[in-house]
Write a protein that binds this ligand. Structure first.
Ligand code: SF4
Length: 694
């Protein structure tokens, strides 16, 4: 997949993997990439890169790429290659037939955080303007939707507060439910550099991740809690701060709503929230919790970085608000070296959320029910929009099984492998009448599709990605789309065939429209990004060159709002039948469902998903490293090989979900966040037993 030879020219573009958003030079010979080298002026990465971005780009020209559109009447029929015109016409006629038979709301669309801002904007516009409903959602539903809810509620904006560079001013770093050295390696290195300079580290994680005692780093505190106990722990940290007189009283008085604070203070001071009272729930010694809380509150600039170990819980949104409460309570927000920083898994999670890919929000996180903003989009798009929110992804599955949701346009997202409770998802998809999958490979979801529209990789299109620090960077086309069209052009064709014309000559014009309609993007243009290298939103009249640190003098919502965070135990409890708790995560060389990295040399380093298990639990079951084990939950069962690991605590097992054969999401359940339906991937009660090799 690589071209042997010396490069003739290079193009600056952005990595298509994680939310760090590293800049790369694609070094080219003709239209072939010779190598990817980290761009030394890249503002997110400063010349650094990891093994994914640097070496795992060959999937773009992998032999598995599908370059011809295909259709079939039934999912049991063989695929038939057709022209673009026939595929698009067939998809449009099927969507219109379904809507005529089953109603306007019987179809919808799913966008992807792997796609560009411009592409996700177009998909939500197609759903709202051409389908005429709000049944649009993004794969951020299953990762950071609680971040959107929790941060908007407390501090007023659904985004991280800082730049990555801000960590260089942190004296205390608290990492909660994130594994930056594997999941966000370039930021992980930056964080470790700050630790070597003397910053203190608190790790909150059920698993002993590398940051706890890996190469060149040792955490000052590892709060190794039980899966599902996040909110109890954050309350115990806050209880210590409140009852030991460690509150930032002046900051709170000046910057936060007094009544909400008083109510929160009274709640959190209750004995039931103390480290001692919650020790049985969290499994973390009370003395350790108290010491960590004191360090966070008094150790100087304290920054929190968190990941999916926070959001992917039944109380994901509650935990995000608990983290914001901690930062406000200690005055650790609104300047360098502090803040609340969600680490985004995919390259464009932030962007896909910004672009209005949620069923209740138009671009810029504005509710579809707001007359003024809806009328603004109606005038710009020349259509009437529905004021009621549409279906979220899990609601689409439920509606499909009820018989009221029949058609789906799914761009760049493998919902069968990535969403929880695979059997439920598969049954829902199998019950639908027209599924259009737009992807670069025939993924697991394509098994249920009736139309396959070949997608384009990040090397084949222009656009922008927005990383975890709100930084909008250019994606630049380095070679022509293998299938003839970039994804944004395919969405235009589908919309036109549906009778709603969208007219853009290039993605720059799409961004211009986004900027016109979105106050936080008013100043954004390709010209500005090219001039500055990248730009962090909000970028508008008040901040013409962007905003590195948010909430400086006041919160985006005005006063910060403390929210009461009552702990509620997860529905997933250990029982005699399911005595262990399973949690999931990622490893360095692979990326999410592995569609890209599995088709690169990176797979040599990690060829399968394994079940990590503590030696006590392994010995009790007669399991050794390398043995095959069956894992069963109330949702389903699968088989993996075991890895006996001291990273685990007794009673907790762990796996990754990079390989479809492992079926990790066959066992995760339909339990989800109360506010956003983000699945509870991180807590599943299971049994593990040795089995014969399958
Ligand atoms: Fe790509 Fe993330 Fe690695 Fe940077 S850290 S090269 S963005 S995968």
């Amino acid at each position: 997949v690589t071209f042997a030879g010396q490069p003739e020219h290079s193009v600056i573009t952005t990595c298509a993997y994680c939310g760090v958003g590293c800049s790369f030079k694609a070094e080219m010979k003709g239209s072939q990439v010779v190598r990817m080298t980290p761009y030394k002026n890249g503002q997110a990465n400063e010349g650094h890169a990891c093994v994914k971005g640097r070496f795992a780009w060959g999937y773009a020209t992998h032999k598995d790429r599908i370059t011809k559109p295909m259709i079939r009447a039934k999912i049991t029929d063989p695929w038939r290659e057709v022209t673009w015109e026939e595929a698009i016409a067939y998809a449009a006629s099927e969507f219109r037939r379904i809507q005529a038979q089953h109603g306007r709301d019987s179809v919808g669309g799913i966008t992807s955080s792997r796609c560009t801002n411009e592409e996700t904007y177009l998909v939500q516009k197609l759903v709202r303007a051409a389908f005429g409903n709000n049944n649009v959602d993004t794969c951020a539903r299953v990762c950071h939707s609680p971040t959107g809810y929790g941060l908007k509620t407390t501090i007023g904006e659904s985004a991280g507060t800082q730049t990555f560079a801000s960590v260089e001013h942190a004296d205390v770093i608290m990492v909660i439910g994130a594994n930056p050295t594997d999941g966000h390696p370039v930021f992980g290195s930056r964080l470790k550099r700050r630790l070597r300079e003397g910053a203190k580290l608190i790790v909150v994680d059920p698993r002993r991740i590398d940051l706890v005692d890996g190469p060149h780093v040792k955490a000052d505190y590892h709060l190794q809690l039980r899966p599902g106990a996040n909110v109890a722990l954050v309350n115990a940290l806050a209880h210590t701060i409140v009852t030991e007189g460690l509150l930032a009283e002046t900051f709170i008085a000046e910057r936060c709503e007094p009544l909400a604070f008083a109510q929160w203070r009274a709640f959190i001071a209750q004995q039931e929230n103390s480290p001692e009272a919650t020790e049985q729930i969290t499994g973390v010694p009370a003395a350790l919790v108290r010491e960590a809380a004191r360090l966070y509150a008094t150790g100087g600039n304290a920054a929190i970085y968190y990941g999916l170990g926070v959001t992917e819980h039944a109380q994901g949104s509650t935990m995000v608000m608990g983290i914001a409460n901690l930062a406000m309570a200690t005055g650790n927000i609104g300047r360098e070296g502090v803040g609340v920083n969600p680490l985004r898994g995919q390259n464009n999670v932030q962007g896909s959320c910004d672009m209005g890919s949620f069923p209740h929000e138009l671009p810029g996180y504005r509710h579809i029910g707001g007359d003024e903003v809806r009328h603004q989009f109606e005038a710009a798009w020349g259509v009437t929009l529905q004021p009621e929110p549409g279906l979220r992804i899990p609601n689409m599955f439920d509606a499909a099984l009820d018989g009221s949701f029949k058609g789906l346009y799914c761009q760049g997202e493998d919902i069968v492998q990535s969403d929880p409770d695979t059997q439920h998802v598969a049954a829902a998809l199998a019950s639908m009448e027209c599924i259009v999958v737009q992807d670069i490979f025939l993924n697991e979801t394509a098994k249920y599709a009736h139309v396959f529209l070949p997608g384009s990789s990040f090397l084949e299109k222009d656009g922008t990605f927005t990383n975890a620090e709100r930084r909008i960077s250019r994606v630049r086309r380095v070679m022509p789309p293998l299938a003839g069209y970039a994804d944004w052009e395919v969405t235009l064709m589908l919309s036109r065939a549906l009778g709603y014309e969208m007219d853009y000559a290039n993605p720059s014009q799409i961004m211009d429209e986004i900027a016109r309609l979105t106050p936080t993007f008013h100043g954004v243009s390709y010209g500005l990004i090219d001039r500055l290298g990248s730009v962090q939103w909000p970028c508008n009249e008040q901040a013409p060159e962007g905003t590195p640190t948010m909430h400086v003098d006041e919160f985006v919502r005005g006063k910060g709002r403390f929210v009461i965070t009552q702990f509620v135990a997860s529905r997933e409890k250990v029982t005699r039948r399911y005595p262990l708790l399973l949690t999931t995560g990622r490893i360095l060389s692979q990326y999410n469902v592995g569609a890209q990295t599995r088709r690169t040399e990176n797979s040599r380093w990690h060829e399968e998903d394994r079940l990590e298990i503590h030696h006590h639990d392994a010995e009790e079951r007669g399991i050794k490293t390398g043995d095959w084990v069956g894992i069963e939950s109330r949702a389903g069962q699968t088989v993996l090989r075991a890895l006996v690991s001291e990273r685990m605590q007794p009673g907790v097992v762990y796996t990754t979900f990079h390989f479809p054969e492992s079926g990790a999401n066959v066992i995760t359940t339909d339990s989800s966040d109360w506010a956003t339906n983000c699945p509870e991937y991180k807590v599943t009660a299971v049994q593990v037993q040795p089995v014969q090799q399958p």
